[in-house]
Ligand binder design. Structure first.
Ligand code: SF4
Length: 397
């Protein structure tokens, strides 16, 4: 089998990992063209680039139920020697088709051996071809400490997919993966290496959940997400709405609505960027533990704490401002800065600072507001549809 035939085979298997700034869009593109291997991606430091998304091999001895590569499936398999894959990447790079590499793999027998092949590929790029660009390297569940450390030495970003938020849920998807020993421990090792050697893995460590494949609730996902940020210092957690793959054991299951993925990103943004507590996020959840598909989580949290509002925009602290729907970190910062020079007395002033007045109006107060503006503040109907929280493109940055 030549390199281009191998590429056709593994490209079709590589599409399930998120490497782009818009997971839903990436999946649409991949489904439309299963042999696609170049994806636009937002880099962690900002800006967009083209990544070569590929697997070292689609041979896998694991049995994740949602995955077309699971052991025992009758499908073409291919394996790249490290020098082959490095050569292929450099060819695409020289033609300016790709600027960086996103390298994952099936687990072909030994996790450590598979991961060593991936590391060898990147080392050839770094040393023989002097490639200094962006590399996102997946860590294999169950790989040894030496492999995790070596990956951290060559990659800009490392990640290992958790796929499900608890051991109980992961057990529904795979009989072979172990959440604590096989995955979370590897995350801790990577974090330890990064903490010990400053400057390694500049774009940090991430993980990914398949949303809706294991019957988990949004509460399960958000609690684990919060713990990963607090305890392991992950840079980002990504969510991928479950889509049943033809020829996988979950082929007949209903797909997860893309809006569920979107709501999870909104809630995750509140947790990571706004500094909301897990307890606050619970206010956005239904009795069953899920976010509303119809309502924005920040708006729901605000409405369930009426005693916090209205806040006086001339007196409120930064944290209080951040809890107002329609006010984000940038506009809260602008309000704080403006107040050092003058008081704020109109919705128009707030609009100019980036506040979405239509959403914030019911939750704020300022001295000097005209009778009309007071009425606007307290009587305004608020549209709950998306618009307040950052877009997917924004949150995936
Ligand atoms: S480890 Fe699981 S998700 Fe990854 S390739 Fe193997 S079967 Fe698929």
């Amino acid at each position: 089998m030549d390199v281009s035939q191998k590429l056709q085979i593994v490209a079709a298997s590589a599409r399930f990992d998120i490497c782009g700034h818009d997971a839903a869009r990436s999946m649409q593109l991949a489904n439309r063209d299963p042999h696609r291997f170049i994806y636009r991606s937002t880099l962690p430091g900002g800006g967009c680039t083209s990544l070569f998304k590929v697997l070292q091999t689609n041979v896998c001895t694991n049995d994740c139920a949602y995955c077309v590569n699971q052991v025992g499936r009758d499908r073409p398999r291919a394996y790249f020697q490290p020098h082959e894959l490095a050569g292929l990447f450099m060819e695409l790079h020289r033609k300016r088709l790709v600027r960086g590499l996103f390298l994952s793999s099936g687990v072909a027998g030994s996790p450590s051996r598979t991961m060593q092949e991936m590391i060898d590929t990147v080392e050839i790029l770094r040393q023989r071809h002097e490639f200094k660009g962006y590399v996102h390297l997946k860590m294999m569940p169950g790989a040894g400490y030496d492999c995790i450390e070596a990956a951290c030495r060559v990659a800009n970003r490392v990640s290992i997919n958790m796929e499900a938020p608890t051991a109980h849920h992961l057990a529904r998807l795979s009989s072979r993966k172990n959440l604590y020993d096989g995955i979370v421990e590897r995350m801790r090792w990577a974090n330890q290496v990064m903490s010990t050697h400053e400057g390694l893995v500049p774009s940090g460590q991430t993980t990914q959940f398949v949303v809706g494949a294991a019957g988990e609730t949004d509460r399960d996902i958000l609690r684990t997400t919060g713990a990963l940020y607090r305890e392991i210092g992950l840079r980002r957690v990504y969510f991928s709405a479950f889509q049943p793959m033809i020829d996988s054991p979950l082929e007949g299951r209903s797909p997860t609505p893309p809006m569920r993925e979107h709501r999870l990103y909104q809630a995750e943004w509140l947790l990571r960027v706004y500094g909301f507590s897990s307890h606050e996020l619970d206010l956005a959840l239904s009795d069953k533990g899920d976010l509303s598909l119809a309502k924005d989580p920040k708006m729901m949290i605000a409405r369930r704490q009426p005693w916090l509002f209205p806040v006086d925009v001339n007196q409120a602290g930064y944290e209080e401002l951040l809890r107002v729907p329609g006010i984000g970190p940038i506009s809260a910062g602008r309000i704080m800065e403006a107040r050092t020079e003058h008081s704020i007395s109109s919705l128009e002033q707030l609009r100019k600072m980036g506040v979405v007045a239509k959403r914030a109006g019911s939750f704020i107060w300022f001295r000097g507001a005209s009778a009309h503006e007071r009425q606007m503040c307290f009587l305004q109907e608020v549209d709950d549809e998306p618009g307040e929280a950052p877009s997917l493109a924004g949150v995936l940055r």
